[in-house]
Design a protein around this ligand. Sequence first.
Ligand code: NAD
Length: 351
Amino acid sequence: MRFVHESHAQRVHFAPGSAADALAGEIERLGARRVMVIASPSAGAVADRITAGLPVALRHDEVVMHVPTEVAARARKAAARAEADAVVSVGGGSATGLAKAVALTTGLPVVAVPTTYAGSEATAVWGTTEGSRKTTGTDPRVLPAAVVYDAGLTLSLPVAMSVASGLNAVAHCVDSMWSPGSDPIDRALATEGLAALAGGLPLVAAEPSGLKGRELVLYGAYVAAVAFSSAGSGLHHKICHVLGGAYRLPHAQTHAVVLPHVLALNAPYAPEAETRLARAFESGSSLTGLADLRRAVRAPRSLRDLGFARADIPAAAELILPVVPPDNPAPVTRAVLERLLSAAWNGDDLA
Ligand code: NAD
């Protein structure tokens, strides 16, 4: 057993019903006196409530998915004008992503209050988009200094979005099994994360206003993202990155649709991953485990439903091929990718 595992230093609160207190404690620890709060208009009321006791210098509400470069530039300018000394983000991966973009060029510390299960708050990965080109990078400055999870803040996330976002977290676990940087610690975390997600998501779908499922999914999403942050992007994330960037498909839903097809391709070539995933799903195989979970939560089915055109499959396969990780468990050719995308477009049942 020979590997190097790098952990990130980050304080994490699981504080149901107590986001305001946890947030105030973190801002005090940072010694911040002029806080920039990033929250989309839809998260405005929640952000107002949990930041009421903070020294807020600026509220910024221009939050756009995949952080267009001009949106990032405006946020950075606003932070400079307000002489902000810390950033608090309240929202999903898009709000966290904008806070990271500000941190990237200003070095300001970020405290993230996530309201979806995207997991961006646990990674040092930033991303911005220019036109249809998404650029990503890794920089320790963008990793939030602290994260405050309050499951109560996810109660308002609609069931369909909760399911898609939760399956995005499941994808972090699955890809962490075979991503280029995957090590035994990542795989242990991914197994733990998947067990929590597989247990919690059906509870969220059945009773969206219940806290128990929300708490489990939030915990699973965090552990999943910690694993993924170390393991890096595997085939699944490479495919979704191309589909999201070049074809503007919605992030979480695309992950939810593509995942079973990547699992079906790789699992036969990855016996250790198969054993771990099947155990976490408490199922005879990873594929049936994922299929049963998807049925229980009525997961999004097909790329067709997300607005992807069948005619774009060959071009998409062409874009994905050069970014396929060379050590992906299953061999990947253009024909394999076209078959995978066709099955995902169609929403084929795999188990
Ligand atoms: P999002 O942040 O865009 O949120 C999706 C929708 O849900 C939005 O309309 C938002 O207003 C709404 N919403 C969020 N929280 C809510 C709540 N509690 N109640 C009601 N509505 C709520 O989407 P996302 O899936 O969370 O994040 C996607 C973005 O995050 C993408 O840009 C993706 O690339 C990025 N991401 C980055 C990483 C990383 O490691 N850097 C990891 C995962 C995702």
